[in-house]
Unconditional design. Structure first.
Length: 493
């Protein structure tokens, strides 16, 4: 990868008049902002349908796009909605934090109006799309059946539906047909809007870095439709679940609750599930970050009944054999290995053998207990992606104000911090000037925002994934010039 730079900003964090960032006008303006700032990459988060907790890393499908991202004004421009349709049904019209509860209640009402108008028009595009996407029928069936049964997890459905009994599904399908069609049309709307946006980005020299979670949510069509890919009992319930062991960031570890993959079965099947999944995601992005890369070497398995991650155990994953198969099947895939956290020698070797660039986070560099940190810029090699922080970190401003005093002293000494100047730009300069082939800066850090702009705090629920920009960046000529000048100064244009 050539020496370049980019900005991390989730789609949901973009401004919009209807409560959440979308694939509409403000997304196009963000691309214009990136181009004017001499950026090469726009890094986003996973784009799937979010479920409980609203996390983009816990989705109902590894294929379906998030209907909340469908832009209502674009649908209006197509004649599928009127402004009255929107105003009558949508109350979330501010630029504040995302209110997912209200979105859930309101957004599908107006999307159904658009879907009805689209279907009544007799347009052909949806039919062609639905015939090509072999995952779409199962997704629509799963979501419609979930609605029919009250919205709960499929694990709690009546046995005949939970186990996808053929006769039971055949009997219920006619009752679900209309709702299934709606869910299919939502995906068509998402697909057409997203691909038009990606085309605009690429034509303007902007590449999209996407993100693929390693695990599937337990309550997902993937587990329901393909249970053999997972370690489940005869009732499709996991015996152990995914997470991370206790560390300096979480004393009880992290209990994610995802079902674990049956890697032996996957190997026998030539990793069909994973290769199909990655190939599909590469239709939407130019570069794909694989989350929790270390989980392919060994993964942490926690007894399903436990309330924290303390009693988990490490079990061997597929290792480099999977990535060798992936390269054989998709030789031109551009991937980034999310290799953050505690890494064993085996994990480090797997990352090296894969050839994929790993990640370096400057906030991790100044742990005063570990002066040999591999996150210190003087230890970087070229084949990596350097960040001030990721979606899981506080902003630079928030981190600097709350980190341990010895960590702050270490950072002050290493960077030679000038306390008369903004700390965010001094940290950004260290990342941009490093030898890392790619440098990615979260938009909150460029804006010098504090803790309120943090996107996610791991192991917590309730206030994550809600932060949004409250201003139009394309009009901020001073910010554009500052980002552009630093990008060009260090040869990343």
């Amino acid at each position: 990868m050539k020496r370049s730079a980019g900005i991390l900003c989730p789609i949901f964090s973009l401004p919009s008049p209807y409560g959440i960032g979308t694939l509409g006008k403000k997304a196009y303006e963000f691309i214009d902002f990136l181009k004017a700032s001499k950026q090469t990459y726009w890094q986003i988060l996973p784009i799937g349908v979010t479920g409980f907790g609203d996390s983009p890393y816990q989705t109902f499908s590894v294929y379906a796009g998030n209907p909340y991202f469908i832009d209502l004004d674009l649908l209006k421009d197509e004649g599928l909605l009127t402004q009255d349709d929107i105003d009558t049904n949508i109350t979330t019209k501010d630029l504040g934090p995302i209110d997912y509860a209200t979105l859930y209640k309101e957004r599908f009402k107006v999307l159904k109006i658009a879907a009805d108008n689209y279907l009544d028009s007799g347009a052909y595009g949806f039919k062609e799309y639905s015939e090509k996407e072999d995952w779409l029928d199962d997704h629509a069936l799963f979501m419609a059946l979930k609605d029919h049964l009250g919205g709960g997890s499929f694990i709690d459905w009546p046995k005949e539906y939970r186990l996808k009994d053929e006769e039971a599904i055949k009997m219920i399908r006619p009752k679900l047909e209309k709702e299934m069609t709606y869910y299919m049309v939502y995906q068509y709307f998402f697909y057409t809007q997203y691909m038009a946006l990606k085309d605009y980005a690429n034509k303007n020299g902007i590449k999209i870095i996407g993100d693929i979670p390693i695990y599937c949510a337990l309550d997902s069509v993937d587990v329901w439709s393909d249970p053999n890919e997972f370690q489940l009992d005869e009732d499709l319930r996991p015996i152990e679940v995914a997470g991370c062991p206790p560390d300096g960031f979480a004393a009880d570890g992290q209990l994610w609750g995802n079902p674990l993959f049956d890697w032996d079965y996957m190997k026998e099947d030539d990793y069909r599930f994973w290769i199909k999944r990655i190939r599909y995601q590469l239709r939407f992005v130019d570069v794909l970050r694989i989350d929790h890369f270390r989980g392919f070497e060994s993964y942490y398995a926690i007894p399903v009944q436990d309330e924290d991650a303390r009693n988990g155990r490490w079990r061997k994953g597929p290792g480099i054999a999977f990535f060798n198969k992936l390269k054989e099947e998709i030789p031109d895939a551009q991937l980034i290995a999310e290799d953050l956290g505690f890494l064993t020698d085996e994990v480090i070797q797997m990352v090296k053998d894969s050839g994929y660039p790993g990640m370096k986070v400057i906030e991790f560099a100044f742990d005063s207990r570990d002066t040999g940190s591999g996150y210190l810029p003087h230890t970087y090699d070229h084949n990596c992606v350097a960040y001030t922080g990721t979606h899981d970190n506080d902003t630079i401003e928030g981190w600097y104000k709350t980190c341990f005093i010895d960590d702050r002293k270490f950072a002050d000494a290493y960077i030679d911090i000038d306390h008369t100047k903004p700390i965010n730009w001094q940290m950004i300069r260290v990342v941009i000037s490093s030898v890392a082939d790619i440098a990615i800066i979260p938009i909150g850090d460029y804006l010098g925002l504090g803790h309120k702009a943090r996107i996610n705090t791991p192991s917590t629920i309730g206030h994550n994934w809600t932060w949004r920009l409250d201003r139009d960046l394309i009009d901020d000529k001073d910010l554009i010039a500052k980002i552009k000048n630093m990008t060009c100064l260090y040869g990343r244009d």
